[in-house]
Design a protein around this ligand. Structure first.
Ligand SMILES: [Zn+2]
Length: 290
């Protein structure tokens, strides 16, 4: 963000005292210099706060917060640390770029972050009733409804930019209704590679010789099997009819080996429509880079 102070610090346009840096975060001393070692940990990519930061990114930031806090304890002679953050102006967030504060702590350091707020008029029971909620989990999908007489694998791949950061996701459903979601991704990849990875990882979950139905919205993947592209590529030594090298042949070879050890049927589904399982796969895939 153009006028964001912390974005400028990440870019080096505003000086700061760096404590740590990795692929995802930048950590520096708070300019207040109040508590000794008061550190701010910020994502390199701009998010206002936790309210708009995706789970996956937040997980990475938190892992770095812990790494830095643990460094204070393990290497710098501290006994513990506070890690906290403020989300929103009413919650005393001063700079609208997501950040975590770390206070390195020692007993008797005179710092006190828990205040005495007195007591609420309402009883806890009443407050809990007002605030309680249940997560609308995606696993509320009853996968057993989609079980068939053979193993079933739903897959999807996605990319932010092509090439770009990409992810794959899938659901493996056994005939008895048991189901397993899977996902993963790569930082520099293509949409087609992610579609292929989804099928590879999904099929690897099934036993050799198993009968499997693969539901994919990728014409690239489905046609390669159903229109014999793959057979022709193999016959031509992984060259296309035009003579050029087959793209993604590394993954095609891997997939081809897995498929030949099983009885696999590929079924094309319409992407991004009302196919609940395909939509869920898309969610799993995009979660990798969102
Ligand atoms: Zn920013």
């Amino acid at each position: 963000m153009k006028d964001c102070l912390f974005c400028k610090i990440v870019k080096g346009e505003v000086p700061s005292y760096k404590i740590y840096e990795d692929e995802n975060v930048y950590a520096f001393l708070d300019i207040a210099n109040d508590v000794y070692g008061h550190t701010l940990v910020i994502p390199k990519k701009h998010y206002d706060n936790m309210i708009d930061c995706p789970d996956r990114t937040l997980g990475k930031i938190m892992a770095s917060v812990r790494k830095i806090g643990n460094h204070f304890v393990n290497d710098c002679g501290f006994e513990g640390y506070n890690a906290f953050n403020n989300n929103g102006k009413s919650a005393e967030q001063a700079v609208m770029h997501l950040h975590f504060h770390i206070f390195p702590r020692k007993s008797g350091d005179g710092v006190k972050i828990i205040q005495d707020f007195g007591k609420q008029d309402k009883e806890l029971e009443e407050i809990a009733k007002e605030l309680y909620f249940e997560d609308e989990k995606a696993d509320a999908i009853d996968y057993s409804k989609y079980a068939e007489e053979c193993d079933v694998v739903y897959t999807d791949g996605a990319c932010s930019g092509n090439p770009g950061k990409g992810g794959y996701g899938g659901i493996y459903i056994k005939p008895n209704g048991e189901a397993e979601e899977f996902s993963g991704g790569e930082d520099e990849t293509t949409n087609n590679r992610m579609e292929l990875m989804a099928v590879i990882v999904g099929l690897e979950k099934t036993a050799e010789n198993a009968k499997v139905k693969v539901y994919s919205d990728s014409a690239y993947v489905v046609n390669a099997f159903n229109q014999n592209w793959l057979t022709n590529w193999k016959r031509n030594g992984w060259r296309t009819a035009g003579g050029s090298e087959v793209l993604n042949s590394d993954l095609w070879k891997e997939l081809s080996t897995i498929v030949s050890a099983r009885d696999v049927e590929f079924i094309k589904v319409k992407g991004h429509s009302d196919n609940i399982l395909n939509n869920r796969c898309d969610q799993l895939a995009t979660a990798y880079y969102k």
